[in-house]
Design a protein around this ligand. Sequence first.
Ligand SMILES: Nc1ncnc2c1ncn2[C@@H]1O[C@H](COP(=O)(O)OP(=O)(O)OP(=O)(O)O)[C@@H](O)[C@H]1O
Length: 324
Amino acid sequence: MSTPEASLAIDVRGLTKRYGQHTVVDQIDLQLRPGRICGFLGPNGSGKTTTIRMLCGLLTPDAGEGQCLGLDIRREALAIKRQVGYMTQRFGLYEDLSIRENLDFIGRLFELPDRKRRVDEGLERLGLASRQRQLAGTLSGGWKQRLALAACLLHAPRLLLLDEPTAGVDPKARRDFWDEIHRLAAEGITVLVSTHYMDEAQRCHELVYIAYGKLLARGSEREIIEGAKLSVWAVQSDRDDPAALAPLVAPLKAAPGVQSVASFGSALHVASQDQAALKRAIAPFEHQPGLRWAPAEASLEDVFISLISQSPDNFGSGAAREKA
Ligand SMILES: Nc1ncnc2c1ncn2[C@@H]1O[C@H](COP(=O)(O)OP(=O)(O)OP(=O)(O)O)[C@@H](O)[C@H]1O
């Protein structure tokens, strides 16, 4: 009888990668059920790309084990690559080939039977048919991204690993992209997608947040926010003048117990897990004329910023990072 674990699309434990002295991915556990969309978040250099590359067999872990699509990430890397669609951060297709020629080339690489039909379907699915003769190098960012997604779907993968697929793409193209990701998930395709955009994180079924190679939070948006137990106060200027808030930033950041101070539109959010410390931190400014203070709901961004502020930088001295 198959166990629930056997049906996981991703099931890895203790995944670790070192470069010289630095452990850039440190004991990451990741489990993901089929048809789920998991957002992979974390600051620059936190190890997202490295993790993704270990999952699809492009990098060998220094420690850790597990399976992707039921295949062993160490012994069956080639078989994993055949069933995974990996979209890299940089556009990796041929700029001097047309959209159709690029897809046809990918089809040859995978030795796909019925290549023409698959290319036609890919063009149709991503709305690329009308531009199929256009050279990839002349496409805008949003169209390049569509082509890259069509290319990584051509061999009908069961798992998509998407590394910042929407970086630099306009909001309309990003929305179309996410609609397509949800259609794919509804068809049973599993998606792990790294992003720096909070609105995209909110479109995922579940989230994983890493910093300096370590997994700091995992769960749905609600679970992560509730789990952080963060208290937040928001301050705004009566005259909607952001300059009035600027002098508060440094002293609030320096106040004991404060984990994050961040601008949200015209408001400044001050967050801490320690309610009493937070009250003490804002007390000197609470009755300052021209300022309005109110308790606020913690957002994902508040939580992520405060998580980083508590996380040691494994590339630094090991001391806690400067407060966000
Ligand atoms: N081949 C390599 N040799 C040495 N260090 C590397 C190598 N590849 C990655 N690193 C380092 O590993 C760390 C993690 O990099 P990685 O690209 O996985 O982070 P990331 O979370 O994907 O970052 P970003 O959000 O900027 O894309 C970084 O500090 C990076 O400099």
